[in-house]
Design a protein around this ligand. Structure first.
Ligand code: NAP
Ligand code: FE
Length: 371
């Protein structure tokens, strides 16, 4: 039995924001725009959005203090600002960090949370409407019910979610990703690729979204390198954005697995970007899980018209490496953390601490992005 639930109203394509936003708002809306320091501005979203709001006399405030790997304290600060200004809607602009923060601000404000209550999905009863405008092609958060906020006390990235956290509307315009630097383009695409492939690993795998998985992997496999070489090509940017959206729709149904659980400590301890943290263990995890999902992965490779080793060669050619010393102390401590994470419940097979230690020990050093 498969179930599919994805209530977000999605607008995809050039000018999708400009042509559709205002019809979805009313003069009663008081909006909090949630974003990072630069992305909303350099992508062009902020000026397009504020012009639309001002022309149509819709009130808004801006909270632009979101950093990468957003923190518990920052989303509380954003929620206080939301409530002080009597806002009733959030618009997250950016990569996953600002959009996840907009989701957190919505539910902290609506449920009057004072601390970490949101990590317990049972406690999430209400949300203010959420609108997502992505400026990266990676997380797919514009089509998921999840948010990832760092619990600073535990120095731990932790996801949480509720069906009421799906954005009400998402506007995806590939032109807003043209300003992405090469490394962020690569790393975010690898995050999207992880989501798609984890849709196969997950023990909640769902045949309804398999066509999206196959098409999404193909879009990235065939177009990522080309996009890195031609960053201003809107048609290539559109393909990566579509793949990222597919990845979001997939993990909204299946959740993520050990792949994400193993990546999080690399981000919190060494500042490795989220996508790269997934990328440096992607091959090892595929080897580990292959026996459990062999038929489905083989079907994917047939669809791509390649063998598994061709896929590994392609991954190698992206030069995914990190500048970090994974010593035995790191490996021991974080293996325990990974084993205890919720994502591990979705793995397609039994995994023990030796497996995780072996994967961490195999992480490659940095060679830099060639070309
Ligand atoms: P991000 O952390 O949101 O942004 C990374 C960097 O890219 C930031 O410096 C950002 O600038 C910059 N940037 C964003 N858009 C840009 C643009 N168009 N042009 C130039 N620079 C731009 O990166 P992300 O990979 O999209 O999000 C990662 C986060 O999402 C992680 O915390 C991850 O755990 C989470 N995640 C969530 C889900 C979910 O379903 N909720 C799924 C996967 C991952 P600014 O600092 O100015 O913003
Ligand atoms: Fe991710």
């Amino acid at each position: 039995m498969y179930n599919y639930f994805m209530p977000t109203n999605i607008f995809f394509g050039e000018n999708s924001l400009k042509e559709n936003l205002i019809s979805k708002l009313s003069s009663d809306n008081k909006i909090l725009i949630v974003t990072g320091k630069n992305s909303a501005k350099i992508s062009g979203v902020q000026s397009d959005l504020t012009e639309l709001l001002e022309t149509n006399k819709i009130e808004y405030k801006v909270f632009d203090k979101i950093t990468e790997n957003p923190k518990l304290e920052t989303v509380h600060e954003g929620a206080n600002y939301f409530l002080q200004n009597n806002c009733n809607m959030v618009i997250g602009i950016g990569g996953g960090s600002p959009i996840d923060s907009a989701k957190a601000i919505s539910i902290i404000s609506a449920n009057k949370f004072t601390n970490k209550e949101f990590y317990d999905s049972e406690k999430i009863q209400k949300a203010f409407p959420i609108i997502a405008i992505p400026t990266t092609s990676g997380t797919g958060t514009e089509a998921t019910q999840y948010s990832v906020i760092t619990d600073t006390e535990k120095n731990r990235k932790a996801g949480f979610g509720s069906p009421i956290m799906f954005p009400k509307y998402s506007f995806l315009d590939p032109k807003y990703t043209i300003s992405l630097p090469k490394i962020i383009t690569r790393d975010t695409a690898i995050d999207a690729l992880s989501h798609l492939i984890e849709g196969i690993y997950s023990n909640k795998r769902n045949k309804i979204v398999y066509p999206l998985i196959y098409d999404g992997v193909k879009l990235i496999f065939e177009n990522l390198k080309n996009t890195l070489e031609n960053p201003n090509d809107i048609h290539l940017r559109e393909k990566l954005m579509l793949a990222s959206l597919y990845g979001g729709i997939v993990i909204a149904q299946t959740g993520t697995t050990m792949q994400h659980a193993i990546g999080y400590p690399l981000t919190t301890n060494f500042g490795v970007s989220h996508g790269l943290a997934n990328g440096v263990v992607m091959k090892q995890i595929m080897e580990k899980f292959y026996p459990a999902v062999e038929n489905d992965l083989d079907e994917l490779f047939t669809f791509l018209n390649i063998q598994k080793n061709d896929f590994y060669d392609w991954l190698d050619s992206l030069d995914l490496g990190i500048n970090a010393n994974l010593n035995s102390e790191f490996i021991e401590k974080n293996t325990a953390q990974v084993l205890g994470s919720k994502n591990m419940l979705k793995n397609p097979m039994e995994i023990n601490s030796d497996d995780i230690m072996e994967i961490y020990s195999s992480v490659r050093g940095l060679r830099g992005l060639g070309g």
